[in-house]
Ligand binder design. Structure first.
Ligand code: ADP
Length: 239
């Protein structure tokens, strides 16, 4: 269970996230939806320990993790993978070398890296792209590379920041199907930030609605979408 208690994040005069309480069940596919600027990415960066907050607490299970530093922070971060809208791949490296990058940094042996990369390529179904350069790939294939890289160190949680927002509808569906498969196969918890309702409907079990940095409501997708309790959720869903 990932639990946020009264988390606040401020950038100069902007309060990007304000007093957010959130619980994400282990093994779920959890969506965070809101308009552009609602604070979704900020919340994800705080939750994934990429950025410090200005108040509140973050727990993974019983462990408080938001004050971790140095080696402890690194080892906690190894249990998380992250993918982004713009893929964040390294243009100077081919597909296999992008996927192997986190393993190289972690100091894994060459032979182990090679075997793991093959396994990951198969997992995301781009076995034949091993040596391809990034400019030879479609957006969907690039996101598959990014997913393989994010899973390289066997994380427990996959964070997805608008991961399908630059893809066409058909490719979006195939990437969401892949994420759903991986969630089942690897028992991954998936936390997904998006402004697209159809993404939440397609793949998520639970959803949290964020507006102006505040949590409006959280619940099962069907009940929030069919019967929103708050004005903020109604505004977002029916605007
Ligand atoms: P969303 O992901 O929902 O679009 P963000 O978390 O990116 O929202 O942004 C929330 C608010 O915080 C916005 O007003 C944005 O301009 C501001 N913000 C986000 N990141 C930074 C930053 N690094 N520096 C200053 N302001 C930021």
């Amino acid at each position: 269970m990932i639990v946020l208690k009264k988390v606040t994040k401020q950038y100069a005069a902007v309060t990007a996230v304000r007093n957010v309480d959130l619980s994400i069940p282990p093994g779920s596919i959890f969506g965070i939806i809101g308009k552009s600027g609602a604070g979704k990415s900020t919340l994800l960066r705080v939750m994934s320990l990429l950025e410090p907050h200005n108040g509140g607490e973050v727990f993974y299970g019983q462990d408080r993790v938001d004050h971790l530093k140095g080696k402890e922070l690194l080892s906690r971060r190894r249990k998380m993978g992250m993918i982004f809208q713009n893929f964040n791949l390294l243009g100077s490296r081919n597909v296999a070398a992008n996927i192997s990058f986190p393993l190289e940094i972690a100091g894994s042996h060459k032979k182990d890296i090679h075997a793991r990369v093959e396994e990951l390529l198969e997992l995301v179904d781009i076995q034949d792209k091993h040596k391809a350069r990034l400019h030879e790939l479609s957006g969907g294939q690039k996101q598959r590379v990014a997913i393989a890289r994010a899973l390289a160190a066997n994380p427990e949680v996959l964070f997805c920041d608008e991961a399908t927002s630059s893809l066409d509808p058909q490719t979006t569906r195939s990437i969401l199907a892949l994420i759903r498969d991986l969630h089942k196969k690897l028992k991954l918890t998936v936390v997904l930030v998006t402004h697209q309702m159809e993404v939440i409907q397609e793949i998520c079990e639970e959803v949290a609605v964020l507006e102006n940095g505040e949590l409006a409501e959280q619940g099962p997708v069907k009940s929030v979408f069919n019967n929103p309790r708050t004005e903020a959720a109604r505004r977002l869903l029916y605007a």
